[in-house]
Design a protein around this ligand. Sequence first.
Ligand code: BGC
Length: 410
Amino acid sequence: MPKQNLIAAFLLSLSLSSNAARATDLEVLHWWTSGSEAEALGELKKMLKNKTDYQWKDFSVVGGGGQNALKVLKSRVLAGKMPAAVQLKGPAIQEWGKYLTRMDSIANEEKWTSMIPASVAGGMQVEGHWTAVPVNVHRVNWVWMHAGLFKKLGATMPQSIDELFALAERAQKEGIRPFAHGGEPWQDMTAFEEILLASQGPEFFQQFAQLKPEALQSDKLKHTFDWMRRYSDLLPKNRKGMSWDKASKEVIEGKALMQFMGDWAKGEITMAGKTPGVDVLCLAMPGSGQAFIYNVDSFAFFDTQSDVTKKGQLKLASLILSREFQEPFNKKKGSIPARVDLDMKGFDSCAQASMETFRKGTLLPSIAHHMALPSKQVTAIQDLVSEHLNSRMTSEEAMRKLKAAINASR
Ligand code: BGC
């Protein structure tokens, strides 16, 4: 063999052997970029590295609530560059269903149906096929309250939304900032659904979440906007563009008394070395104690021609559901596990209370966090709620505009 050919053959064999040794990339699109979110996700990255031949390729998109990530996902799909895995939830799983990898084989093998609660499992399937895996269950209707400031006020724990706002107004008078609240529309929408539930009850919440015409026209909706105005009058002025975790930090550091936020805020509390339920109190939005607005995070996988990638997708799905992952992840994330068979003893008291209500309470799908409606409709409602909160729009005008926006988004 001529010398040049020998060299070429040698180089080829080198590249083949290094390829064989190199792990295959699994690209994962997600929006978990706050301190606690990234730390929790780190558990999955670590497991993928230690337990498989695959390598995590991070594709993170900043923006709590995930709307930015979903926009990026659309443009990637249009460009034909689907990531191997994507954080996807609620009705979006159905919307993307036909592009997603079916996971029935591994689901049967690992008996997913017996370990995932039925209330969660339904949303993970498209036309009876497993197409997504749940990571956790978040509860949205929480109030996070700085224990020291609460004590300083010498107040009793509010039992109704009226008492909660009376406490907030008293704090304001005594020079304590009542609420931490950032400057993104999805945060406004989160507060809206908490206030709607606490002030008007679970039945009305359901009707609103289904966009029933009678709900959109009701006095109950007008009263909800009235409450939102009272809330906006108690908010700090300089919050434009502020992320949710910065707002949580204000409560953690005692710069503000309360935050209306789902229990991903608890992830930030734990990460700051504070004890949820002790240093920062978790109270179910008063008046909504038996109700549980759920927000289930999940991952789905884009169907691929590559058998190697497909194998990796199934491995990742299996890791996500494993006990070894579910426990440390959910402790860091602030949520409760998506499996029914995990011992909650090692979790903090807020997580234990959350699990108790999840098992026995009234489950309501989060509108703000894309569990109830297609994203187009969520955006229409959210934009209006945000416009109302950040202007002097009357409740009547908000109702008129909301109806028009919803009709336009159908
Ligand atoms: C997600 C949470 C996340 C939060 C803030 C929610 O929609 O479900 O997992 O922590 O947004 O980014």
